[in-house]
Write a protein that binds this ligand. Structure first.
Ligand SMILES: CC(C)(COP(=O)(O)OP(=O)(O)OC[C@H]1O[C@@H](n2cnc3c(N)ncnc32)[C@H](O)[C@@H]1OP(=O)(O)O)[C@@H](O)C(=O)NCCC(=O)NCCS
Length: 175
């Protein structure tokens, strides 16, 4: 897998074990998890487990979430990128490619989710030209829905995610 993508303001790179502390800072923040089931993590081992999971995605599918760095400051701002969802059926889909992002609040509202996801989308269609790219967000997560729309995914339908009793918008795009 390509290990490094540079956009105008950001660097997207593979996640490493040395990112554990920053990942913990991201995922222990209740504000970040407001539309992610409200389950922020409370121990470092969860962050390490997540890094192992992302490495498995790199090795198995040649894609994965990338650490996102702000070029001007060198700061870790969160992650963005791709995932193969093979674990859980969503909206009648299983084994689908997902695009996502998760940033520390200090870096919201700067266009970074759109910028990083544009690069991830292009990477995806270069690698898998005949596949579909999907995205999901709680309907109340207006920023996330807007990002998916801005990068060209089409909102197909909303569905009830019964496990958490929330309504989710489903987006997708083919090349
Ligand atoms: C979702 C998230 C990644 C967005 O990141 P971001 O870098 O701020 O997004 P961008 O700046 O690229 O774009 C956000 C867009 O949503 C819009 N937006 C933001 N908040 C909004 C709101 N409350 N209502 C309507 N639109 C809103 C912005 O105006 C912008 O659209 P515009 O360019 O047309 O003006 C960020 O809020 C986040 O990390 N949230 C926590 C994790 C999360 O929810 N991840 C997604 C799970 S599905």
């Amino acid at each position: 897998m390509k290990a490094y993508i540079e956009t105008e303001s950001l660097i997207l790179r593979k996640i490493e074990i040395t990112d554990t502390g920053n990942l913990y800072r991201l995922d222990s923040d209740p504000l970040v998890h407001k539309y992610l089931g409200n389950k922020p993590i409370s121990c470092m081992s969860k962050a390490k487990e997540y890094i192992d999971y992302i490495h498995m995605q790199y090795d198995t599918y040649g894609i994965g979430r990338w650490v996102t760095i702000e070029k001007s400051s060198g700061d870790f701002i969160g992650w963005s990128g791709l995932k193969m969802n093979f674990e859980e059926e969503m909206n009648g889909h299983i084994n689908y490619y997902d695009i996502g992002y998760r940033f520390i609040p200090q870096y919201w509202g700067k266009g970074y989710a759109t910028e990083s996801s544009t690069a991830a989308r292009d990477y995806f269609f270069d690698k898998y030209p005949d596949q579909k790219l999907c995205g999901l967000a709680e309907i109340e997560n207006l920023a996330s829905c807007r990002v998916l729309e801005k990068i060209g995914l089409e909102r197909k339908n909303d569905f009830l995610y019964t496990k958490e009793n929330v309504t989710i918008a489903w987006f997708e795009k083919t090349r």
